[in-house]
Design a protein around this ligand. Structure first.
Ligand code: ADP
Length: 464
């Protein structure tokens, strides 16, 4: 991330800085040299005017004009040559080729009235400019001025600018890259911390929290992460608790059976009646072990995922009638009256087997935790979205502070009573899981010694 940020910074800032510097330098060099050429041309035209005015080509006033030439020569640290229309040098400020002929393509072209471009010689760092001297009525070319001017000072100035701009560009680039590295560090550090924490959790250390300081967005991630971590910890704790509960619950019937069998073994002359009685007790324990294993299997199968549901169109009225019919004999044993109240016919898209198990658990509990001669009322209603099943009883009730607890696996308000009635402490956990798989909700309301009402809400159509 940091490396990529540096590359991006270089691409969007450093590269443009250098491109800009290049363009600027090109402009500056253009301007420097063209201004110098302009200035030399201006001076040359002035000199040309003087040459005509002073009648230089006819040998007049040469001293005055020669001093002008000397001045020009001094200003531009160069050489001034005046040529007449016969290409004969009338004046060479270096006095080397006086009276000689100067013939070159540019000189001829200029003499013929064509414009010539300044010629730049990078080896000697100078520029040569040829200016025609025109005069007379017909403005004919009477001669030429050839100026070779040094541009060494320009090259030096340009070199200084080039050097300075290079340092400025490097300085800026260094600052920008340093800034990118710094920002990269600041921004990636929290993410690295999160990654480290995730790795620690993957290794099994659930106790660590991440604390990220920085922009609000990063703190939000850290908070969300800690919430997730807390939930993971809870899940891990509950998993461990579940495993230890399962072992304990499965061991209890085994321990009882062992005690019964041992006591028979230590009494070689035990009467047959005792054997029979103990054997019956052992069968009860085996049934209990079986019940626990069956409940555990149903619980494990349900993973709160709607995808595992076996959806069909179910007549809920008939389903509840059947549940009550099956449980009526159990209720009759304790003289408990069972009533089904249907407000309307309800059909729903749901998993019939699972919902039958869920409601059976609720009605069984309503019978188990009831008083002899009490009542159980099951009611069914629906609106356009959900159907509602209420299971009320006139039983012992549940203290309000335990409303949440009773849905936990193996939780029982009164262990002895649950055991007596063959409970495993898993019924409500299974029921709740089934309801959640259907995207539904389950609520309990109770008053101790008066009764309990469980309300279940299930969507008429489960999104699968
Ligand atoms: P169990 O197999 O013990 O019945 P459940 O998970 O079905 O396990 O219920 C958990 C506990 O909730 C029960 O042990 C009981 O104490 C309490 N409970 C459940 N339903 C009722 C009810 N209708 N009235 C009173 N207590 C109830």
């Amino acid at each position: 991330m940091c490396f990529r940020l540096i590359l991006i910074t270089i691409a969007v800032t450093v590269v443009p800085i250098f491109v800009m510097r290049g363009t600027l330098l090109l402009n500056i060099s253009d301007k420097l040299w063209s201004e110098r050429v302009d200035s030399i041309e201006r001076q040359s035209f002035f000199l040309a005017g003087q040459l005509i005015e002073q009648d230089y080509f006819n040998g007049e006033n040469r001293v005055i004009v020669n001093s002008l030439i000397a001045q020009l020569d001094a200003i531009y640290d160069g050489r001034v040559i005046v040529v007449d229309s016969d290409y004969t040098v009338l004046k060479d400020s270096y006095s080397r080729i006086n009276d000689k002929k100067v013939i070159s393509p540019q000189v001829i072209a200029c003499m013929n009235g064509q414009e010539t471009e300044p010629y730049y010689d990078p080896v000697y760092d100078m520029v040569e400019i040829i200016v025609p001297v025109t005069g007379g009525e017909d403005q004919a070319v009477r001669g030429l001025i050839i100026i070779d001017a040094s541009t060494l000072d320009l090259t030096e100035t340009y070199g200084d600018i080039k050097q300075m701009s290079l340092w400025i560009a490097i300085g800026f680039s260094a600052i920008l890259v340093a800034l990118a590295v710094f920002i990269g560090r600041v921004f990636t550090k929290p993410f690295k911390n999160v990654a480290r924490s995730i790795n620690r959790i993957s290794e099994g250390y659930f106790d660590e929290e991440v604390s990220l300081k920085g922009p609000a967005e990063i703190e939000t991630i850290s908070d969300a992460f800690n919430v997730m971590l807390k939930r993971l910890k809870e899940l891990e704790d509950s998993r461990q608790e579940f495993v230890s509960n399962v072992s304990h619950e499965l061991k209890t019937p085994l321990t009882s059976m062992k005690v019964l069998a041992d006591s028979l073994n230590t009494q070689p002359d035990a009467p047959v009646e005792l054997y029979r009685e103990f054997m019956q007790d052992i069968v009860v324990e085996i049934d209990r072990e079986n019940a626990i294993i069956n409940d555990l299997l149903s619980l494990v199968k349900m993973d709160k995922k709607a995808g595992d549901l076996n959806i069909s169109t179910v007549n809920i009225n008939e389903m509840l009638e059947l549940i009550l019919k099956r449980l009526r004999p159990v209720a009759a044993k304790r003289n408990i009256e069972m009533v089904l109240e249907s407000f309307r016919p309800v059909t729903a898209q749901c998993d019939e087997m699972k919902l039958t198990l869920a409601f059976t658990n609720l009605v069984e509990n309503a019978i188990k935790y009831n008083i002899a001669g009490g009542w159980v009322q099951v009611s069914l209603d629906a609106d356009h979205k959900y159907f509602y099943v209420k299971v009320s009883d006139s039983g012992i009730g549940i203290p309000e502070e335990l409303y949440d607890k009773i849905f936990e696996r193996f939780y029982r308000v009164d262990k002895a009573r649950s055991r007596e009635t063959g409970g495993t402490g898993l019924g409500l956990a299974i029921t709740k899981n089934i309801v959640l798989m259907h995207d539904g909700a389950i609520k309990v309301k109770s008053k101790e010694d008066e009764g309990t009402t469980f309300t279940v809400r299930i969507p008429l159509t489960v999104a699968s």
